[in-house]
Ligand binder design. Structure first.
Ligand code: ADP
Ligand code: MG
Length: 613
């Protein structure tokens, strides 16, 4: 029998139009990609005014008009050829490219999948020109009048690639994507006048803005501006700067985070992570800050040729840049304003009563205090003269096994030997069993006892976890508590047993669904005969977060349930300890959920309100 050999498939080169159409798919995904490429070309051409007009979300028609340098008449057809660019001449230039474009693909790609028309006049020429291309084929080219600059009209995008066309979302979604994109460019290019129209509507009309704050106000709205602080950081040839929201102002998603490298809008997971980490302890889980960050990086340190649309970049010193961004945010956001907010009495240091906080004037005593505050943890507390063993917020005497304590009526004796009080005799009052009032150098503060204690417990437990539970102060229960758990609680306990141990809980399995609790972290205020632990385990039941997140959840839950509540009376030493410990944390201004721990009233404000000025 003769074997039938099938005809082999023939390998052949694709024709140019097909190659272009395939390549176009990478760069031109949707109308916003067209806008991106054409806006970049306009910026590369030095435009000071850019107008974008769209119909039907850009699917029917998109027009981008600029007043840049224009394209010489003889080069017009060349501009639409693949790999035709005026911006680099050799591969070696790629790492040092200062322009947005350099691949010479955008116009060719757009022309392959639409009907495109370009009218342009080069600034060095008297007459402009016009060129029309349909699906990659040149259909017309003739002289045409125009002011210096370029207008590109893209009609019927994807008319010849029906599959792609089908994937387009609604005109509204495309319009939103275009607006978001222009917002990014407009933040980075404040010198440009931007106009965006959709059909008859003006969506954006921005005059050149003198400052980032002005441009941000125009784009994100005046309500946001008051919540933003500047940050800036420089090192070597690198600089990072911009605006970011204080931790009390957050958003439900990351849409308000704008990252730029050398004024190019970019996405980079490491940089997003740096923002997340900078804020994670001062804002609630699931909330996101507003951040507008400009990174200036020497051209040789960043590779923009990773992604055809160049929105993703590769950073050669990613770890360093990550650290710089995180640090610049943490410092610039005044998360460490603690120095001006510490309890203070007149005469303690530099002249008082001026109404202005004396930030930056460090006396020897300030240094002394700062050194002790910054030692952090309970170890930093002896300086105040509070006896050892009361280093914890409520001391070991606050063991919550005493029923009197649990009702909140327990009276704690005054600590003895507070010899160093003379150093720092700030008075404390409790208002409505909820707020602590004390004087600070520039005025007074109202401190929320629950939020503050949450912050303290959170940071303490976090340190304990980081140290693997070594030398964590614990309180042994006089009567170990026997707790029956629900299945969800069992699962949560099993999932977090080692962490709970590191935080200072001594827990043993007690058969079946039961556990025996013998010890607690020393600073816990509300043990409530085990309810604290049950509450935490409930919060963590069926928790499916990845491991990092899951520690944060544990810490937040522990802090929330373990903290002193509103309505609980506090003694003066307790208040004093609470305030001291609060300022010993790195992040004293907000609780782990992002609520403020304190409200400050400046002397200047009081003077104004009492008509003294
Ligand atoms: P690239 O921007 O990577 O060079 P493009 O396909 O986007 O590639 O553009 C090709 C060339 O056309 C550019 O290098 C530039 O010389 C010219 N060009 C495109 N758009 C404009 C414009 N708006 N103004 C002036 N020149 C332009
Ligand atoms: Mg380009």
């Amino acid at each position: 029998m003769e074997q039938i050999i099938p005809e082999p498939p023939r390998i052949q080169l694709l024709d140019g139009a097909t190659i272009d159409r395939i390549a176009a798919g990478e760069v031109i995904e949707r109308p916003a990609s067209v806008v991106k490429e054409l806006v970049e070309n306009a910026l590369d051409a030095g435009a000071t005014s850019i107008t974008i007009k769209m119909e039907d979300g850009g699917l029917t028609s998109l027009v981008i008009e600029d007043d840049g340098s224009g394209i010489p008449f003889r080069d017009l057809p060349l501009a639409f050829e693949r790999h035709a660019t005026s911006k680099i001449t050799a591969a070696a230039d790629i790492m040092h490219v200062g322009s947005f474009g350099f691949r010479g693909e955008a116009l060719a790609s757009i022309a392959a999948v639409s009907r495109i028309r370009c009218v342009s006049r080069f600034m060095g020429e008297d007459m402009g020109g016009m060129i029309e291309i349909e699906g990659g084929e040149l259909v017309r080219r003739e002289p045409a009048p125009r002011n210096a600059g370029t207008t590109i009209t893209v009609d019927d995008l994807f008319y010849n690639t029906p599959a792609r066309r089908k994937f387009m979302r609604t005109a509204q979604a495309e319009r939103r994507a275009i607006l978001k994109l222009v917002t990014k460019f407009a933040l980075a290019h404040r010198e440009v006048r931007w106009l965006v129209r959709h059909d008859k509507d003006v969506l954006l009309d921005l005059l050149p803005a003198p400052s980032l704050t002005d441009r941000t106000r125009d784009l994100l709205g005046p309500a946001v501006i008051d919540h933003l602080a500047r940050f800036r950081f420089e090192k070597g040839g690198f600089s990072i700067g911009g605006l970011a929201s204080r931790p009390t102002f957050t958003r439900g998603n990351r849409e308000h985070q704008f990252l730029f490298i050398n004024r190019r809008p970019v996405q980079n997971p490491a940089l997003s992570q740096a923002i997340f980490q900078a804020y994670r302890e001062v804002i609630p889980a699931g909330r996101h800050p507003v951040v507008i960050a400009f990174l200036e990086i020497p051209a040789g340190e960043v590779d923009v040729n990773v992604h055809p649309a160049k929105t993703e970049v590769r950073l050669l010193l990613e770890r360093e840049i990550f650290g710089m961004l995180k640090k610049s945010l943490q410092e610039g956001l005044s998360l460490r304003q603690a120095d001006e907010l510490r309890p203070w009495v007149a005469g303690q240091d530099a002249p008082a009563g001026t109404g202005a906080p004396l930030a930056g004037i460090a006396t020897a005593q300030d240094d002394y205090l700062r050194e002790h505050f910054q030692r952090g943890g309970s170890a930093g507390y002896e300086y105040r003269g509070v006896p050892q063993g009361q280093g914890e917020l409520f001391g070991s005497r606050a063991l919550r096994d005493d029923p009197a304590q649990q009702t909140g009526s327990g009276v704690v004796s005054e600590p003895s030997g507070t010899g160093a009080d003379a150093l720092h005799p700030a008075p404390f009052w409790q208002l409505h069993r909820t707020y602590i009032v004390t004087q600070i150098r520039g005025g007074l503060v109202l401190i929320d006892q629950h939020n503050s204690h949450e912050r303290i417990l959170y940071n303490e437990a976090q340190k304990a976890l980081a140290a693997g539970g070594r030398r964590v102060p614990t309180q042994q229960l006089l009567f170990p508590a026997h707790l029956d758990l629900t299945p969800g609680q069992v699962q949560a306990w099993q999932g977090h047993a080692s962490e709970l141990g590191a935080m200072g809980f001594t827990i043993e399995p007690f058969g079946g669904q039961s556990i025996l609790v013998q010890g607690l972290p020393a600073s816990v205020k509300n043990w409530h005969e085990g309810q604290l632990l049950l509450d935490i385990l409930d919060d963590l039941s069926w928790d499916e977060h990845p491991s990092q997140e899951h520690q944060v959840d544990l810490l937040a839950s522990y802090a929330c349930h373990g903290a002193v509540r509103a309505g609980e009376p506090l003694t003066v030493p307790e208040m004093q300890n609470l305030v001291d410990q609060l300022f010993a944390t790195d992040t004293p201004l907000s609780c782990p959920h992002g609520r403020p721990t304190l409200i400050q009233f400046s002397l200047a404000e009081l003077e104004k309100r009492f008509g003294r000025t």
